[in-house]
Design a protein around this ligand. Structure first.
Ligand SMILES: Nc1ncnc2c1ncn2[C@@H]1O[C@H](COP(=O)(O)OP(=O)(O)O)[C@@H](O)[C@H]1O
Ligand SMILES: Cc1ncsc1CCOP(=O)(O)O
Ligand SMILES: [Mg+2]
Length: 282
């Protein structure tokens, strides 16, 4: 998949589902090392999501080891969830080292519109050109507008993902990054074309760090196919969504969904993936 470099995004839903399975197979085969600089809430679920997909997570954030460690990673995930000023230099350094090492990195601008400090930090990180930025509707709208949201509910979105599609397109054009806005339908755009992912269950909103974890999964998928970030991002969102759908059939609530989601991602097979992945062009 790395050899094939085209700018055309597949149109056929069957091919897009096949591509999502191929991306998961590639993650399982390559087991990419993914460095995560993430919030305290998400560390456990994020690491377990990456492990169950076949990747190798490392939650390493000290500025003292980033110059030596980050080049070893195949991809980096940077998440603003429990941001404090002392963490920001490490995030910026990891982004710069990833760029120098030609490794993709992915930004999760958690609660970007929640405060001026957070918004400024997320915009500074975005200026360092992540391959992909993945947020919910509120977060993508805040980055696009460049202003805090007086209606912000912190890490939760007060907008649907479809409310942020045009903002996502403009933000992708302005920033040069692929923008993914998650929700009932996930939208992924390079500023021109938009791809939609229709997988997932509403109860994911009741599991804290499900968004953070899918961003880490995007980091792993983009790490194994860095020349196709739109496709790899859609594949990660679809595979995570399918795993939640299968998990939901066994779950009794958010706590057991969390467990069954991880088990379903670990055990996902080709026939189930091809039957359930729903990716289309907007
Ligand atoms: N209403 C929904 N129906 C199906 N899947 C959803 C729904 N809302 C969110 N998801 C899924 O949950 C995951 C986290 O997305 P989201 O809740 O938007 O992120 P965050 O937790 O950062 O706010 C994504 O995989 C997304 O597709
Ligand atoms: C609750 C909370 N508070 C700060 S970070 C965090 C986790 C947010 O996770 P997600 O964005 O995946 O819901
Ligand atoms: Mg989030």
């Amino acid at each position: 998949m790395e050899e094939e470099k085209t700018n055309t995004i597949k149109e056929n839903p069957i091919e897009l589902a096949q591509q999502a399975w191929t991306h998961l197979e590639l993650v399982r085969k390559k087991s990419p090392l993914i460095q995560c600089i993430t919030n305290f809430v998400s560390m456990d679920l994020m690491a377990n999501t990456l492990l169950s997909a076949g990747a190798s997570p490392a939650m390493i954030h000290s500025v003292d080891e980033i110059p030596e460690f980050t080049p070893k990673a195949l991809g980096v995930c940077i998440n603003a969830g429990t941001l404090t000023p002392d963490w920001l230099p490490g995030m910026k350094l990891a982004a710069q080292v990833a760029n120098q090492s030609k490794k993709p990195w992915v930004l999760d601008p958690v609660a970007a519109g929640g405060s001026s400090f957070r918004l400024k930090a997320c915009l500074e990180l975005l200026a360092l050109r992540p391959s992909v930025v993945r947020g919910n509707g509120s977060e993508i709208l805040a980055l696009f507008k460049g202003s805090v949201d007086s209606n912000s509910k912190g890490v939760d979105s007060v907008y649907g993902s479809s409310d942020a599609v045009e903002a996502a397109k403009s933000l992708a054009q302005q920033s040069g990054s692929i923008v993914a806005v998650s929700g009932a339908v996930d939208f992924i755009t390079d500023g021109d074309k938009v791809v939609c992912v229709h997988n997932g269950v509403p109860m994911l909103q009741k599991i804290t760090a499900s968004g953070c974890s899918v961003t880490a999964l995007i980091s792993a998928f983009v790490a194994v196919d860095p020349s196709h970030p739109v496709e790899a991002t859609a594949s990660a969102l679809a595979i995570f969504g399918v795993s939640s759908e299968i998990g939901m059939d066994m779950a009794r609530g958010p706590a057991s969904l969390r467990t069954h989601l991880i088990d379903s991602l670990y055990g996902l097979d080709e026939a189930t993936a091809l039957a359930r992945v729903r990716i289309s062009r907007f």
